[in-house]
Write a protein that binds this ligand. Structure first.
Ligand code: FAD
Length: 509
């Protein structure tokens, strides 16, 4: 009996069950793919790879998945071509849950104010849930080019739809999908700290709990290129000069300006209408931008409203202040903005401030220089003019610089493609970057940073890792045609217009 107990004890010790905590923490974690960051890009990468049999560890410094789409409060997938892979699956799963997802259409907009029908100008734009709409309706953005203002308004109403979701439901659904693969371990409340790199290859990563993560392949999905920085990759920040990529709308000289940041807030209906009092020390007048910024106001499926100031803080000011100070200042601005909205528009007195996002919505920080840098030239050429053999994702969002550039090309004439090489940091053999810090010029990033595009980049990255493992090659040597064939099998749209078979699949929601 005693011998049997000793054997069982020894086995449990081997499994780590009885190991002292300190010993467990210093142990190395071994996997085939380490995905760092569990936002849109990281989730896509981990799910795609795990489904293809890769043993994945996903490291997320927060306590849930979703990143900016959940903790940043950005619960909107704007219209975009190409969100046909994992995003569609997420949508279908959310649709089975009460009040978890909806398709929106345009409501009022400050620029279409009609004094005969409206008591006051709406404080920005509004989206409302439209039960008649389908997911397919959300998969095209471009097409506004050359329209008059009146035509553009009609176009928006009839053809411009996106997805709105409940962030908690999104985070839980993402986790459930990863768990179902049986090949993905998720480490929450754990941050990537540093990397051990040699000759273009990442050997291991150090985590904030003291453990070492030892993987064959790595995907940086931190949004900020944190792993790539640690691996010594070249990075870009701010506006690129025109000389750098020859982009027609780039400024003559490089600048440190980045897209503005927004602290999203949520308001919920109340029985007794009132204007909420301002906290002590928060002035009634706007003290930061001269006048209060306009806001995008989106209806949640349960009737609450999501308020997205455009923006809460200029990007340059955010960089100067640093995160903690910027967050504190944005919290004050939220209170002032909400007070202003309630005072200016009586309908908002029927709501109260119910939630402020726990993380700042950061549109842009650094970007990593990859084997190819996507630029405005790609956006102008469009898919019909691009000659890349390795396009792994389509996009068509407008160039949307939130005040950081004087001009841009605005809406696309047609979708453009993102090459796989934008995910390969220059010179690296076992590291990919699949997030808004992928290899894009500042102007290109302003167009292709949408959440669904990031999930698609992640899906391509995870698929590339599975192929690299199968073919026993380094990530830059994954054959583009094999990668594209696998993505097509996963219902990724790589052709425009959309093939009939894919359209039929997406119609089955
Ligand atoms: C205010 C705002 C409004 C927007 N509006 C829209 C919109 O309407 N529609 C749309 O489609 N897109 C919109 N976007 C863009 C889109 O939301 C983002 O570009 C996209 O979500 C970014 O995804 P990501 O995976 O690159 O990064 P993130 O979602 O930021 O994910 C990065 C993850 O990495 C984690 N992480 C970071 N560092 C570490 C570390 N060291 N260790 C471990 N984990 C780490 C973070 O916690 C986070 O979870 C908006 C963005 C903002 C800021």
């Amino acid at each position: 009996m005693r011998v049997r107990l000793t054997i069982i004890g020894g086995l449990l010790l081997l499994l780590g069950v009885f190991a002292p905590a300190a010993e467990r923490e210093s142990a190395a974690i071994r996997c085939e793919l380490a995905v760092i960051g569990g936002g849109s890009g990281g989730f896509g990468a981990a799910l795609a790879a795990a489904r293809l049999g890769v043993d994945v560890v996903l490291v997320e410094r927060a306590d849930c998945l979703g990143g900016n789409s959940v903790r940043g409060g950005v619960n909107i997938w704007e219209p975009v071509v190409g969100g046909t892979g994992i995003p569609f699956e997420l949508y279908r799963r959310l649709k089975q849950q009460p009040q978890a997802v909806g398709i929106y259409t345009h409501g009022r907009h400050m620029s279409t104010f009609d004094p005969k029908r409206e008591a006051y100008r709406f404080p920005g734009g509004e989206t409302v849930i439209d039960p008649a709409r389908r997911y397919l309706d959300t998969l095209l953005r471009h097409g506004l080019q050359g329209l008059s203002a009146a035509e553009a308004r009609t176009f928006r109403k009839e053809r411009w739809h996106g997805v709105v979701f409940e962030p908690d439901a999104m985070a839980k659904t993402m986790l459930a999908m990863l768990e179902e693969t049986g090949h993905c371990r998720v480490l929450f409340n754990t941050a990537f700290v540093s990397a051990q790199v040699e000759a273009g290859t990442v050997h291991s990563a150090k985590l904030s709990d003291g453990r070492t993560l030892d993987a064959d392949y790595y995907v940086d999905a931190t949004g900020d290129g944190v792993v790539c920085m640690a691996a010594g990759c070249e990075t870009m920040m701010g506006q690129d000069s025109r000389a750098r990529f020859g982009e027609p709308h780039a400024p003559t000289n490089a600048t440190v300006r980045v897209n503005g940041v927004t602290l999203i807030y949520r308001v919920a209906p109340v029985a007794a209408p009132a204007v909420e009092p301002l906290p002590a020390g928060v002035p009634e007048k706007c003290w930061w931008a001269g006048k209060f910024p306009s806001a995008q106001i989106n209806h949640y499926p349960n009737g609450d409203l999501n308020v997205n100031m455009l923006p809460t803080m200029d990007g340059k000011e955010f960089l100067q202040r640093g995160y903690a100070d910027a967050m504190a200042e944005c919290q004050r601005r939220v209170r002032a903005h909400w007070h202003h909205v309630q005072t200016a528009c009586a309908e908002f007195q029927k709501f109260r401030l119910s939630w402020t996002a726990p993380a700042l919505g950061i549109r842009e920080t650094r970007r990593v220089v990859g084997e190819y840098v996507l630029t405005e030239h790609d956006l102008l050429a469009g898919i019909s003019g691009q000659k890349h053999p390795d396009i792994i994702c389509l996009a068509d969002h407008a160039m949307d610089t939130h005040g950081s550039h004087a001009h841009g090309i605005g809406e696309m004439q047609q979708p453009y493609g993102v090459p796989y090489r934008c995910l390969i940091p220059k010179g690296k053999r076992n590291l990919l970057i699949a997030c808004r810090a992928s290899s894009f010029s500042s102007l290109a990033a302003s167009s292709c940073r949408l959440s669904r595009t990031m999930i698609q980049l992640g899906q391509a990255a995870g698929t590339a890792v599975a192929l690299a493992k199968e073919l026993k090659v380094d990530l830059p040597d994954v054959p583009a045609e094999r990668l594209r064939a696998s993505l097509r099998q996963q219902h990724i749209q790589l052709d425009y217009p959309m093939p009939a078979g894919l359209r039929a699949y997406l119609g089955r929601e």
